[in-house]
Design a protein around this ligand. Structure first.
Ligand code: HEC
Length: 416
């Protein structure tokens, strides 16, 4: 009991600074908000504003009483009477609003979902990692932990990071099972040895901030994006780090993947660009997408090295062909406001999640037939910021706002 309370307090203290610095807060966060009068108002102000602005509540899509209880139950543990008062108040003043609806499209693939609430409440699991041994790792960004789940038994373990307020964000596994992660709030890239819990830190050079998403190439070289307009490379055998800036200024290198020839590609979330990196010279080449207001957020590559991306701002799945330099766009089933986000390639198809529709969807797009299929994510999704396939094609998801990780099993292997 005492331990749980302590963890919550640490999480809360960290969150104030994390949200202040976070570009991804998308403006949701801090300013003072007038809450409606009524029994429960003070309890909400006391309890919920500890971690984030009350506009997370006023700006939300509302909920039923049970829905509110489940949602804040993933953030904070409260005595029953308080949970009762708060959920009654919230359901009365913030009932379910009409949100962009999930659009369900039937199709040939069959999937099943398994979802788990992670141990540290309010930890905002940002990214998932589908590990070689079948486990799912996640970055508990606001709890300063990396976590590991064994989906077979449901057993979970969290690894606290030695450096306070690291803000673990993206994570990848090397061939010997070390977990490499970007410490988004603390300007280093880390390597966790799960056997010992020890972390080696690789600090970023002066002027480089917000390490974002890491990825390994086929040779075991680590590449990563940063929020300060740079990309970086670490050669693990020597620890040597090299960083280079994008040709354009004011960029936000975001999702990154490596193609079949060892070339890293990334998307620019602050411009209408996809970029490639020369892995030897670290020179960056920018390719401009046709729509000036396109904001590609995450990237997936197909085995033919075609670049797929989620256009978060405009509600499209995009396809950029690096050979012909042509772009095609497919309107996401949930529409322009659907905010497509985490994306992956698996089993011959593109999979992604629409993060604003309620509940969030899992979307499948077949590049051969150009047909969409969609499913509702059972616990709601809470913004799936990233997803990753296992070698057997199943997908690991992190559900940041509802403090969960998920396994999507694709149950008809015949598909594609
Ligand atoms: C221990 C910290 C903590 C406490 C206490 C807390 N929250 Fe949260 N809450 C979070 C985190 C972390 C997020 C995710 C923020 C993000 O993704 O930007 C979040 C997100 C939310 C969201 C958005 C969810 C979504 O689907 O995107 C709502 C609504 C919310 N909280 C309501 C509440 C209410 C109501 C309370 C009080 C009963 C509360 N929170 C208390 C940590 C907390």
């Amino acid at each position: 009991m005492r331990k749980a309370a302590l963890l919550t307090v640490i999480g809360a203290a960290f969150l104030w600074s994390a949200l202040g610095a976070s570009v991804q807060g998308q403006g949701r966060g801090q300013q003072a908000v007038q809450m409606p009068e009524g029994a429960g108002k003070e309890a909400v102000q006391m309890t919920c504003a500890r971690c984030h602005g009350l506009n997370m509540i006023t700006g939300s899509w509302g909920n039923t009483k049970d829905g509110w209880k489940t949602l804040f139950g993933s953030m904070v543990q409260l005595p029953n009477d308080q949970a009762e008062t708060i959920s009654t108040y919230l359901a009365m003043h913030f009932p379910t609003k009409p949100a962009p609806e999930a659009v369900i499209i039937q199709g040939p693939a069959k999937v099943s979902f398994k979802e788990w609430v992670v141990p540290s409440l309010g930890s905002r699991p940002h990214d998932p990692l589908a590990a070689a041994d079948g486990s799912i790792w996640w970055s508990g960004m606001f709890a300063n932990v990396l976590g590991r789940l064994d989906p077979k038994t449901g057993a979970m373990k969290e690894y606290p990071l030695p450096k306070a307020r690291s803000g673990p964000h993206g994570l990848v596994e090397d061939k010997t099972g070390n977990i490499w992660f970007t410490a988004n709030q603390n300007t280093y890239v880390g390597k966790l040895d799960p056997k010992t819990g020890q972390v080696v830190e690789y600090p970023l050079p002066e002027g480089v901030r917000g390490p974002h998403t890491p990825i390994f190439d086929q040779k075991g070289t680590l590449f990563f994006t940063t929020q300060s307009g740079h990309v970086g490379r670490i050669i693990p055998s020597t620890g040597e780090m090299k960083v280079s800036a994008t040709p354009s200024s004011g960029t936000y290198p975001y999702g990154i993947q490596v193609n079949s020839k060892g070339i890293p590609w990334f998307v620019d979330f602050r411009g209408n660009r996809v970029d490639s990196i020369d892995p030897v010279t670290m020179q960056i080449t920018e390719y401009t997408l046709p729509s000036a207001d396109a904001r590609p957020r995450r990237i997936a590559l197909t085995p033919d090295d075609v670049v797929w991306y989620t256009d978060f701002a405009r509600g499209y799945l995009g396809r950029f062909d690096p050979v012909t330099k042509t772009t095609r766009e497919f309107p996401s089933p949930g529409g322009r406001e659907s905010e497509p986000y985490g994306i992956a390639y698996s089993r011959g198809a593109i999979w992604y999640s629409e993060s604003s529709v309620r509940p969030n969807t899992l979307v499948r797009f077949d590049p051969k037939t150009e047909k969409f299929q969609t499913w509702i994510i059972p616990a709601g999704g809470g913004v799936v910021r990233n997803m990753m396939p296992f070698s057997n094609g199943n997908l690991a998801l992190a559900e940041s706002g509802i403090n969960r990780v998920a396994l999507v099993e694709i149950t008809n292997p015949g598909t594609n």
